[in-house]
Ligand binder design. Structure first.
Ligand code: C2E
Ligand code: MG
Ligand code: MG
Ligand code: MG
Length: 282
């Protein structure tokens, strides 16, 4: 009998779909394995730089996976997977422990490390174990809570704003800092922004990318920086790659930036130069 539309679609998509599912299941079991063995995952750190002094005032921890089959995997590939299969909490715990261990190592080496920012996924942030996990890890490695900043995306913080406020208040009560990541892309209700007990906004790199050529991106960047300053929040501009972008942001009132202009995210041992010596002032 003649194939119906559905048959055709089925015949066309089926091998692809099952490939995707197989790949997903494989990745999931490999991630479980990676979390056990502890030698495939690594944190890289990217400096957040004070434009005026060239000093590194913060380090953002970004997870990397040296995958046995696929070489280096970017978090964009496996964080959503980890979320989907319930591995985000163990992965997030690994990230937090690894960042705190690093802070304690730097301290043992007599280095004064800046604040380390750790990204939280939406599920991790609102999950029942966050506060306990963070508290336990800080104690385990004797890390000063003020050396830890947690980054939550704007869209994650807006899922349930009242819940977000209460979690943020608990974290801040412990002495931990909070940043809103990817700000400007998440349809914020600005009246909540006023109530969020946060320290910093991270201007999304989407606005910085074309800030030289797109008048709208420039206008939005300026407006966000101005608003943040009025609300007494610090702004970190993300994805700064050129001196021109840096100058534009500095003119807008932004004091701290992060991006390839200064450094890509690098392994902990490669942070020592810029932890000790300021970057050139552009
Ligand atoms: P994010 O938190 O917004 O991190 C900034 C991303 O921009 C990083 O990508 C960084 O490598 C990249 N970047 C920094 N400077 C520049 C630049 O000048 N130009 C360009 N084009 N890109 C720049 P990465 O490391 O691939 O991470 C992507 C996203 O994955 C992060 O975005 C964050 O949302 C998530 N992620 C990374 N590590 C973790 C983690 O440990 N936990 C969780 N929950 N999410 C993570
Ligand atoms: Mg981030
Ligand atoms: Mg971001
Ligand atoms: Mg992002």
């Amino acid at each position: 009998c003649a194939p119906t539309d559905t048959d055709q679609i089925y015949a066309f998509y089926s091998p692809l779909l099952s490939d995707q599912i197989r790949e997903r299941l494989l990745l999931e079991s490999e991630l479980r394995e990676a979390l056990k063995t502890d030698d495939q995952l690594i944190l890289h750190y990217q400096p957040q730089v004070d434009i005026a002094t060239g000093r590194t005032v913060g380090l953002e921890a970004l997870v990397r996976w040296r995958h046995p089959r696929l070489d280096w995997l970017s978090p964009a590939r496996f964080i959503p997977q980890a979320e989907a299969c319930g591995l985000m909490v163990p992965l997030g715990r690994w990230v937090m422990r690894s960042a705190c261990r690093q802070l304690s190592l730097w301290k043992a080496q007599g280095l004064s490390a800046p604040t380390v920012s750790v990204n939280l996924s939406a599920g991790q942030f609102s999950g029942p174990s966050l506060i306990d996990d963070v508290d336990t890890t800080l104690r385990e490695f004797s890390v000063e809570p003020s050396l830890l900043e947690l980054e939550l995306t704007e869209s994650a913080s807006m899922r349930d704003p009242e819940l977000s406020i209460s979690i943020m208040e608990q974290l801040r009560g412990m002495g931990i800092k909070i940043a809103i990541d990817d700000f400007g892309t998440g349809y914020s209700n600005l009246s909540y922004l006023k109530r969020f007990p946060v320290d910093r906004l991270k201007l999304d790199q989407a606005f910085v990318r074309d800030i030289m050529t797109d008048a709208d991106d420039l206008a939005i960047s300026r407006a966000i920086v101005a608003m943040a300053l009025q609300l007494r929040l610090e702004v970190v501009a993300e994805g700064v790659e050129t001196r021109e972008q840096l100058r534009m942001l500095a003119n807008a009132g932004c004091r701290t930036v992060q991006g390839y202009l200064y450094s890509r995210p690098v392994a902990a041992e490669h942070c020592l130069p810029f932890m000790q010596t300021p970057f050139p002032i552009y």
